[in-house]
Design a protein around this ligand. Structure first.
Ligand code: SF4
Length: 315
């Protein structure tokens, strides 16, 4: 197996840049966001690259992102909760302007919080704006850190779907599916269970074997949700396991105490700085594990080196 093959498998992974604490577009984070996008660009990253913001993108952001390739996705989170004291009308204007620069812009209704922003009037205004933009909308429920559960927004999500349908807007419940729709890069979330990269996983020396055509974590190893997500994305199969650690972080084999976060949609590559937006519902700020780290993740093509045990050489 050539090292090119290994690196390409990681270059195909979707990555979210500075998507933890500290908005990727805020002034003291924007330079770092650019550095990461430049590194991905030099590396000829193949997978989708997400910039998820709760700010109104400025001309300089849009001009920069416009020139950075067809796999850049701008995801603008609009809740109707007037974060930053910005009115919904201003957010919606900002979204429309962003769409005029970037075809790969997603309207992101997140979080939907019962009794706060689940009214028809708010939803309808957001969906109508989406219908004047790229017509791609993702809605996600509120995650309550105290109960560690997503709020049940079943009725609201159905209402959003209906309003989207009436306004010719495509509704998605996952950003990875919406991104895939825009860039035509296959969505890594919905696997077909036709295995790929079997040899690659063995070379990474994950405590995993192949059993009946599916990856199986060793019984003594408790994978995190992040381990499971990463193996799913790399192998196109849902891995099997005996027990799980209830966190999204991967720490296995990573050096210098820089953990890796792999959601079901993205590998995260982020630096955490104080977020100027200060949403009361922020998960990143209050997360017991995430908040301990300044840096999370790395350039995807650097992951193989970090994930293998030192006794294994793939180069
Ligand atoms: S305060 Fe938290 S939720 Fe709000 S924009 Fe910043 S990182 Fe995102």
């Amino acid at each position: 197996m050539s090292s090119d093959y290994i690196f390409n498998a990681f270059r195909k992974l979707p990555v979210a840049v500075n998507a933890l604490f500290g908005d990727p577009l805020q002034e003291d984070q924007w330079g770092n966001t650019i550095n990461k996008i430049e590194a991905l660009s030099r590396d000829q990253h193949i997978g989708n690259i997400a910039i998820i913001t709760k700010l109104i993108p400025r001309e300089k952001h849009l001009k920069y992102l416009y020139n950075k390739g067809t796999n850049i996705i701008l995801i603008i989170s609009i809740t109707g909760l007037n974060e930053n004291d910005i009115l919904l009308s201003e957010y919606l204007k900002g979204y429309i302007k962003a769409c005029s620069y970037l075809h790969n812009t997603i309207m992101y209704m997140r979080p939907i919080i019962p009794k706060k922003n689940d009214k028809f009037k708010i939803i309808s205004r957001i969906v109508k704006a989406a219908s004047k933009g790229t017509r791609v909308l993702v809605a996600r429920p509120y995650f309550d850190l105290k109960s560690k559960k997503k709020q049940n927004c079943y009725k609201t999500l159905n209402l959003i779907k209906r309003i989207c349908h009436d306004n010719n807007v495509m509704f998605f419940s996952k950003t990875s599916c919406a991104s895939s729709k825009l860039t035509s890069i296959p969505c890594p979330t919905h696997v077909t269970n036709i295995p790929k990269n079997i040899e690659l996983i063995k070379r990474l020396n994950y405590p995993i074997s192949w059993h009946n055509g599916a990856p199986l974590f060793e019984e003594k190893f408790k994978p995190t949700k992040g381990d499971i997500n990463l193996i799913r994305m790399l192998t196109n199969c849902s891995p099997k396991y005996t027990d799980i650690v209830n966190t999204t972080l991967i720490s296995f084999g990573f050096e210098n105490n820089v953990p890796l976060d792999c959601t079901s949609s993205w590998i995260t590559w982020g630096r955490q700085v104080k977020c100027k937006t200060g949403c009361w519902y922020c998960i990143a700020r209050n997360h017991e594990t995430f908040s301990q780290y300044k840096n999370i993740g790395c350039l995807p093509s650097e992951m193989p080196k970090k994930l293998i045990k030192s006794s294994i050489t793939i180069y």
